[in-house]
Design a protein around this ligand. Structure first.
Ligand SMILES: C[S@@+](CC[C@H](N)C(=O)[O-])C[C@H]1O[C@@H](n2cnc3c(N)ncnc32)[C@H](O)[C@@H]1O
Length: 138
């Protein structure tokens, strides 16, 4: 994907992750997917629970969620398992929402948010015990 398209993508999703848009969407999100993280895709809470069972995350594990938007599903998986998490996305607004949610859920100290392109992730190889992404390769 050319760089211009990635910038366009960041513009679109930055608008979607603004607080007022997020607030309006929470009711619909809960009805459609069972989650309330400001999700912007199709992964349901039931599917995230399946993912959780497959991953078997432990409290000392570090999870990376790529294209996490407002933190879904990385924050949820970390909340349920007790593991540490890095949520990353192109958008500043999405990462701000994710930090807010992590604080509300009392998991700020084990959450890191990184604004970055998935094309150039600023992490060393083998930094993570598990990596997830939901509705990013679309
Ligand atoms: C459909 S949304 C899904 C967000 C979240 N995973 C969810 O399920 O709610 C796609 C996300 O991928 C991010 N994204 C798209 N291209 C990206 C790229 N090249 N690098 C990092 N994030 C990207 C967008 O900013 C957006 O937040």
């Amino acid at each position: 994907m050319p760089i211009r398209e990635e910038a366009e993508m960041a513009g679109i999703y930055n608008r979607r992750f603004r607080s007022e848009v997020q607030d309006a969407g929470h009711v619909a999100e809960h009805e459609a997917t069972g989650s309330d993280y400001g999700a912007n895709g199709y992964l349901t809470k039931a599917q995230a629970d399946e993912l959780l069972a497959h991953l078997g995350l432990q409290t000392d594990d570090l999870l990376l969620d790529i294209g996490s938007g407002a933190g879904w599903p990385g924050l949820y998986l970390a909340h349920r398992s007790g593991c540490r998490v890095v949520v990353s996305d192109l958008t500043v607004a999405g990462m701000a929402q994710a930090r807010r949610r992590a604080t509300d859920d009392g998991m700020r100290t084990r959450t890191t948010s990184v604004v970055a392109s998935a094309r150039h992730l600023p992490f060393r190889p083998d930094s993570f015990d598990a990596i997830v992404h939901a509705d990013v390769l679309c």
